[in-house]
Design a protein. Structure first.
Lengths: 430, 322
């Protein structure tokens, strides 16, 4: 419970950073001196604030309903129906935005860029699923996230995956999370949104490349359950961490496990912990030695990770448009006179000098150096903790969902023959 | 297919997708050579050759670095305003006089009397063909940008892009009235002039024709400032005009048709007196891209003269015999 309180306090503290939530006009209308009366600019009506609050209400209601369906009703059908609703509302109607997965970047940008004001809806979409996850597991992933729901519908012939393959591929979301935070913090790009594979499908409008990307993920989804959620989603990393602390997580059996093994292969996401038979306990000396090694190894891994990523900080920084432009001009100073690219044109018309551009770019590269150390250290920490976890054998007697990776989709509950309260087996009633 | 193979293929595809995303993000961002907001006029510059009704028969190359304006007189002499010079050519294209000016004349016209009216930056000068300065009128105002002059038997009309109005003078340079002033209370938009392109001509009935380039309109006025008629053709196609300030220049043929030239899309066209498109005199591919100041003049044989400052030529077009 202490951990949950700490996480709640952190979220409340983070929320307090964003007091101003109103949008601002970024580009003032240019003024012409010809005396010509500027006709009013025609633009789509801004989304009414009431609809923004409607999104929040829909999110809260959906999350509450799914959580109730999963934990109380243990209804897979209910989860399926809610998935359809989420695809329809958050997917096709809201066109995939606002989205909890991408909101992570808005939060990071708001923290590192005081000039950026984050809308309240984005803040809620970021924090509320994490709060639910903290108490009830990843019920958001179960049927509220349209990205997960659409993949779930394509899961036609699930193929089980070896644990080590899952572990290896499972590193990708951490790298993705580190990079997306790095690029959002430096105001470079919203990588998660740029490469959201399903946004084009929800909007029925995307570049060919994005349609191919979305199609590829859906094709993979037919055999590997929720590939984006498991092996790419950076927000899933946060949900994974908070969900591990949840006390009221979905259970496979509503009462005592009878070890019937019917649920053993029911999870297409490999998120069921199987019983581990008790062995002879290790002696205290061995445990202390192992933990000592880990205490030394984790900081070393963090340092190696930080040093490695920081070494590539210039390469990473070249994604930033300003750094890229400075690099091009530095390599070919005459390009300013001859090139007609939009970047060069924009720089020319900005009136800035090369020295100013180079100074700004150098500052950004410096930020990437620091960010590289932090991101690399984070990855080293993840790697170290994963190694530590592998060395720890947790003895289990029951089949239980892995709280971190379980999407609370409630597939497994249908396989369990135990009936709640009565402690009897369903099949016996027949 | 065996589940194991399906799994291997799926994992490989997943890794390819992730690799593609990483590659696209890190390595496919060279300098952006394409401007997605660029005003692409390629299609508009394509002209159906069957619509071309004039052909270029000759050209004159004055000894100057830039051409500001051209005019013809009733004897088909050609007058070319250039950098601090005025060149006069006879109808066969031979140079008959070069007049040295103190400053640049940015526009000119020849009165029925034979006097040459030059529009300097802010004032009008009157010269004769022999090179004698007859008059130099006082400057109109500090903000004046004289872009065109039209003269008939009794009046001199001066288009002032700076003041966005046509000044009506008598032949002695005395101001009579202003034409086309903005009067929003009475619904008069005035001349919309985003840039200094504001051309005039005298019609067949001695009426004044002025271009209102911001709204792609030609307007005719009586000398008292009363509007007679107008026609407007805003179109991205060949049948009209587009952009901020077109047509940039006009001239009139003997049948009352209008010859028009444009900036942005370098072309010369003929519009009927009603304003409807008739045919093309010169297509964009006959000019260097970006050519502006295509001033126009028409002689008594309805030959069309086009000043082409980029090539430094006065190009002469004659109607094709189809």
């Amino acid at each position: 419970m202490k951990k949950q309180i700490i996480v709640i306090l952190f979220l409340i503290f983070t929320s307090l950073q964003f007091t101003s939530v109103f949008a601002q006009q970024r580009f003032p209308k240019p003024e012409f001196e010809s005396g010509h009366t500027q006709p009013p600019t025609l633009k789509p009506e801004a989304r009414a604030p009431i609809l923004e609050y409607l999104d929040i209400v829909v999110l809260l209601v959906s999350l509450s309903l799914v959580t109730w369906l999963v934990l109380k009703k243990r209804s897979r059908i209910g989860v399926l129906l809610m998935s359809i609703f989420s695809i329809a509302y958050f997917g096709f109607f809201r066109e995939g935005c606002v989205c909890s997965v991408g909101s992570l970047q808005n939060i990071v940008l708001a923290i590192f860029n005081p000039g950026y004001h984050i809308p309240i809806s984005v803040l809620v979409f970021f924090a509320v699923p994490l709060l639910f996850s903290l108490f009830y597991g990843r019920t958001f992933c179960a049927a509220v996230c349209p990205l997960g729901a659409i993949q779930d519908f394509f899961l036609l012939r699930p193929v089980s995956m070896k644990a080590w393959v899952q572990s290896v591929l499972g590193v990708i979301p951490y790298i993705y999370l580190g990079l997306s935070i790095l690029y959002a913090a430096t105001s470079t790009d919203f990588v998660i949104c740029r490469y959201d594979p399903f946004i084009g499908i929800f909007r029925l409008n995307a570049t060919f490349m994005m349609f191919v990307l979305g199609g590829a993920f859906l094709l993979i989804s037919m055999f590997i359950g929720r590939p984006y959620c498991r092996f790419l989603c950076p927000y899933g990393v946060l949900l994974n961490l908070t969900s591990r602390l949840s006390k009221k997580h979905l259970t496979i059996t509503p009462a005592a496990c009878i070890q019937c093994r019917l649920c053993e292969d029911s999870c297409p996401f490999g998120a069921i912990n199987k019983p581990v038979p008790a062995k002879v306990a290790e002696d205290r000396k061995t445990i202390i030695r192992r933990y000592s090694w880990m205490i030394i190894l984790i900081p070393v891994l963090m340092f190696i990770g930080g040093w490695t990523v920081a070494s590539f900080h210039e390469t990473l920084a070249k994604v930033n448009p300003k750094v890229r432009l400075a690099s091009i001009i530095h390599e070919n100073p005459t390009i300013l006179d001859e090139d007609t690219s939009i970047d060069i044109d924009a720089f020319r018309s900005s009136g800035k000098t090369r020295a100013e551009l180079f100074t700004e770019a150098a500052d950004i590269v410096s930020d990437f150096y620091l960010g590289g150390w932090i991101s690399g250290a984070f990855l080293g920490l993840v790697f170290g903790l994963t190694l530590t976890k592998l060395t720890i054998i947790r003895y289990r007697i029951d089949y239980t969902p892995n709280k971190g990776t379980c999407f609370s989709c409630a597939r497994c509950v249908d396989y369990c023959p135990v009936v709640k309260d009565k402690i009897e087996i369903k099949t016996l009633k027949i | 297919m065996k589940p194991k193979n399906i799994l291997i293929l799926s994992v490989i595809l997943l890794l390819i997708v992730v690799g593609f995303m990483a590659g696209d993000f890190f390595f496919s961002k060279g300098p952006n050579q394409e401007n997605p907001y660029e005003y692409d006029l390629t299609k508009q510059k394509e002209i159906d050759s069957s619509l071309i009704c004039y052909q270029e028969i000759s050209s004159i190359k004055p000894e100057t670095d830039y051409l500001y304006g051209i005019a013809t007189d009733e004897n088909d002499n050609l007058y070319v305003a250039a950098i601090e010079k005025l060149f006069i050519y006879n109808s066969t294209g031979h140079l008959i006089n070069t007049i040295q000016l103190k400053d640049n004349a940015y526009c000119l016209t020849v009165a029925p009397s034979g006097n040459i009216y030059l529009g300097m930056a802010d004032h009008v000068e009157v010269w004769n063909k022999e090179g004698n300065q007859l008059q130099s009128w006082p400057g109109i105002s500090d903000s004046s940008i004289i872009t065109s002059i039209a003269v008939n038997e009794t009046s001199v009309f001066v288009a002032d892009a700076g003041n966005k109005v046509v000044f009506h003078f008598n032949l002695n340079g005395e101001l009579q009235n202003k034409i086309g002033e903005k009067d929003t209370e009475n619904g008069k938009l005035g001349f919309i002039l985003p840039s200094a392109y504001f051309d005039l001509l005298i019609g067949r009935d001695n009426e004044l024709w002025a271009v209102n380039p911001g709204i792609h309109q030609l307007e005719s006025y009586r000398s008292n400032g009363e509007m007679i008629t107008s026609w407007q053709r805003t179109s991205m196609q060949l049948d009209g005009f587009s952009g901020c300030c077109n047509p940039s220049h006009i001239a009139m043929l003997s049948d009352g048709s209008f010859v028009t030239s444009e900036k942005g899309i370098e072309r010369v066209k003929i519009h009927l007196p009603t304003g409807d498109f008739k045919c093309v005199v010169a297509s964009p591919d006959q000019f260097i891209a970006g050519t502006t100041d295509l001033d126009l003049a028409v002689d008594t044989k309805d030959r069309i003269y086009v000043s082409d400052p980029k090539k430094g030529l006065v190009r002469i077009f004659e109607k094709m015999n189809k």
